[in-house]
Design a protein around this ligand. Sequence first.
Ligand code: SIN
Length: 491
Amino acid sequence: MSAFPPLNDLKLLRTQAYIDGRWTDGGRPSLDVINPADNCIVGSVPNLDSVAAEQAIDAAARAFPAWSARTGKDRANLMRKWFDLMMANADDLAALMTAEQGKPLIESKGEVTYGASFIEWFAEEAKRVSGDVLASTWTNRRTVVIKQPVGVCAAITPWNFPISMITRKIAPAVAAGCTIVVKPAEQTPLSALALAELAHRAGIPAGVINVVTADADNAVAIGKTLCASTVVRHLSFTGSTPVGRILMEQCAPTVKRIGLELGGHAPFIVFEDADIDAAVKGALASKYRNAGQTCVCTNRFYAHDAIYDEFVRKLAEGAARIKVGNGFDQGVMQGPLIDDAAVEKVERHVSDAIEKGARLLAGGRIHPELGGRFYEPTVLADTRKGMTIMSEETFGPVSAVTRFSNDAEVIAAANDSEFGLASYFYSRDIGRVWRVAEQLQYGMVGINTGAISNEVAPFGGIKQSGMGREGSKYGMDEYLDIKYLCMGGIE
Ligand code: SIN
């Protein structure tokens, strides 16, 4: 077993799936949860299949009539209790997250707060789902719009944010009156199960939230079951664009509503009028958070000729200061990558860039003392189009910096991507700020900041980065159907 701080509440280490308000192992062999820092087993959970997914869908369908009939305020009260329990158990949730995902404890704590904020936000929004009365074109009829929960929902969530990517989907769904089946990533089920335990304690009724655990192979069968079900009316997925395409196709026969938060390849532009120290700070925050394993991480930096040398030098100095290590160790700022395939991808991107002429200014290899999945924070200068890193999502701690000389050239380069999730730029010229913000083909634009995510803002992409928005006042719309009532006979 991996060493991680003993939990204050051992019951949060749940190792069974949660279906219909009950903990179950489904009679299936277990799936080991591995700490990527040391390869030790943190715990084991059931490796369930499509039979369990069907059971979870049935449970969610049975729970739906009563849950959706409650008032928004009633649902909000239970969600508020769930939020309070998350905050009260934040240290334990963070320890579980670091143990199964590897991110530094300080980042895990931040993610618990971030994840809980979606529950708090949508609990408040539950009370504000309102319809409309529209101007009628008839004197004897009224045109009324009501909003109703879509029904049973499904969520397939990733390992990079084991709590917040779940709460960002569950919270609007249950606030709207929907019930939900969640399939967490095979690498990080313990965080999901701890969340379910706290939802249970908060009094959220049986069947409203169900968590089905499985390995990558069974996840395919579970995904197919969720997509093919005529009972499931909405599927939300966060993950890669290739998998998003498959799920979209699988949802077509049942014409399901879908929310997709897919891959990104964020550009980060530093104009010549930028505050360079602020840009370097924002660049480090945007690039190296979660060891670069974030859909909104910068993948391509563009720095103007006039400030290029200063920017790359300061970025390399900043990267070299990042302390790498086991996420439980004091002062660690970057943990391991999630698995060997992630390390191989990073190595491939770095060697391809160097072979094609990039200059290595920091890092560039597996950490010499720590080995394993620990990769040094890396900075490559003089990258250019044609290098793999300029088009493929790296999902690792590597900065690639390209030189540019004018606005039109850099905006064209920034938009030259199939992805359209996040983008960033630094400038102090107000005219340029508006112009560039409007011209960037991305769902989110960070202006003079490298950190954009919070519960109040709409998170989501355009182009092949997906569809739909999570969080914010728009996030609940994904889980609500609009119904038009034509009320006649008003004489
Ligand atoms: C993601 O990487 O998909 C989520 C990142 C965030 O919410 O900031």
